[in-house]
Design a protein around this ligand. Structure first.
Ligand SMILES: Cc1cc2nc3c(=O)[nH]c(=O)nc-3n(C[C@H](O)[C@H](O)[C@H](O)COP(=O)(O)OP(=O)(O)OC[C@H]3O[C@@H](n4cnc5c(N)ncnc54)[C@H](O)[C@@H]3O)c2cc1C
Length: 401
């Protein structure tokens, strides 16, 4: 076990599971990650192995066929997997959020229908809030579901953007506008629909088209797509929880655990950048000594390790609060903000330690350098995290009288 990113008070089962995941990452992911990423190739073999290990059902309760692990265990596994390759953690991230939302907010019928197959990875989840004209401003969503009179039939039209796993998933939790006329608040006029589709591209269900993969600067291998609805017919039974008007709150709950998860990914990527940097610094020589012996480089390594450690401890705190059933929006926002910013910085410092070789595709840091910026954006940008953190602080520190 490395001295950095250690976690106090884990159970024996947690330690065993993490050891298993670490071995898997070291043996099966790290050796192939950079090559697959450069080819933008979907890591099917790794995904199949993760299915066998039960990773897709880590947090799904045993009664629905999963391993019933805590958010902390899940986040520590994600940290380890992202250390190997961030795209692999992206493949399980949206799946995990959708499973969590179904578990927390779904009807019993929806839980029975989806969770057991999600636990095995047969059903794979994506979630969709963003649209071409909006990301941070979720209340501005335009994709619309219109009810046919008082019936249980709905028709969805509109365009969604930036779906991680949009092609490979066969179940998408989609937030849409449903003008119910019962409230002026945009937040109460939104509904989450569970859309079943085939995996792949083109028209993958009636009135549901996945046009193709969005070309990205990094985070390759995992598919990121648009999703177009043209008269898609669905029913009240596909509304998460069975009742319209609750979608915004359901999604925000999903995004909150997603923030711990993104923080964990940032911890994993920054740990790998640190490992690469400290290794290279002990091999490369300039001016007659190893560059690690130059104080400038040594200080960089100290700064990087401090950031890696601080991010991890903040992420663990946020996960443990959620596991204890306590409100964790402040800590999840802080963890996501801190870990993503630290990750971008640690990756850049490792890149600089590599000198010119950091710019070569032969060195792993080149991939990390293109991956880290995604963590600054996904699951809410730094500005959005600061809005959440700031508002929550004003609640707690409100002046009396
Ligand atoms: C690779 C990738 C995968 C993604 N996967 C998914 C997914 O699976 N599902 C999904 O729904 N979305 C996904 N997204 C979308 C992502 O959540 C959004 O990109 C993100 O929320 C930011 O939204 P935006 O891009 O529209 O930026 P905007 O909201 O347009 O923001 C632009 C800039 O303005 C700043 N800003 C906005 N509002 C304010 C304000 N009030 N005060 C100060 N600054 C502000 C932002 O911080 C940002 O710097 C993904 C994005 C990427 C790049």
């Amino acid at each position: 076990m490395s001295r950095l990113q250690s976690t106090d008070n884990l159970t024996e089962e947690q330690v065993e599971l993490l050891k298993l995941v670490k071995e898997f990452v070291d043996e099966q992911i790290i050796p192939v990650a950079t090559e697959l990423e450069h080819q933008d190739e979907y890591p099917q073999r790794i995904v199949d192995q993760m299915k066998e290990m039960g990773i897709f059902g880590l947090m799904i309760p045993e009664e629905y066929g999963g391993l019933g692990e805590s958010l902390l265990t899940y986040a520590l596994c994600v940290e380890e997997i992202a250390r190997g390759w961030m795209s692999v953690s992206g493949i399980i991230n949206t799946h995990f959020i959708v499973a969590y939302m179904i578990l927390q907010h779904g009807t019993e019928e929806q839980k029975q229908r989806y969770l057991p197959k999600m636990a095995t990875g047969e059903i794979r989840g994506a979630f969709s809030m963003s649209e071409p004209a909006l990301g941070s401003d979720v209340a501005a969503i335009k994709t619309k579901a219109v009810r046919d009179g008082d019936s249980d039939n709905w028709t969805i039209d509109g365009q969604k953007m930036w779906l991680t796993n949009g092609g490979s998933a066969n179940l998408v939790a989609v937030l849409v506008r449903t003008e119910l006329g019962e409230s002026d608040s945009p937040y109460r006029n939104m509904t989450t629909f569970l859309i079943e589709k085939e995996s792949g591209f083109g028209e993958t269900a009636q009135g549901v088209t996945v046009p193709g993969k969005i070309e990205k600067m990094g985070y390759k291998g995992v598919d990121t797509t648009e999703l177009v609805f043209q008269g898609h017919k669905t029913s009240t039974a596909q509304i998460l929880g069975g009742v319209p008007g609750k979608g915004f709150y359901q999604m925000m709950d999903g995004v909150e655990v997603g923030r711990v998860n993104v923080a964990a990914r940032a911890c994993g990527v920054s740990m790998r950048a640190f490992e690469l940097g400290i290794s290279y610094a002990q091999q490369r020589e300039t001016f007659g000594k190893k560059i690690a012996e130059h104080q400038g480089i040594l200080f960089r390594l100290a700064d990087m390790a401090t950031k890696v450690e601080a991010s991890h401890q903040m992420m663990v705190k946020a996960a443990r609060l959620k596991d204890a059933g306590e409100r964790n929006d402040l800590e999840a926002g802080m963890a996501k903000y801190l870990a993503a910013e630290n990750c971008a910085d640690v990756v850049e410092q490792s890149f600089r330690i590599h000198g010119g070789y950091g710019y070569s595709k032969e060195y792993e840091i080149e991939r990390l350098y293109r991956e880290a910026p995604m963590l600054l954006i996904g699951e809410g940008t730094a500005e959005i995290q600061k809005m959440i953190i700031g508002r929550r602080l004003l609640e707690d520190y409100r002046l009396k009288g």
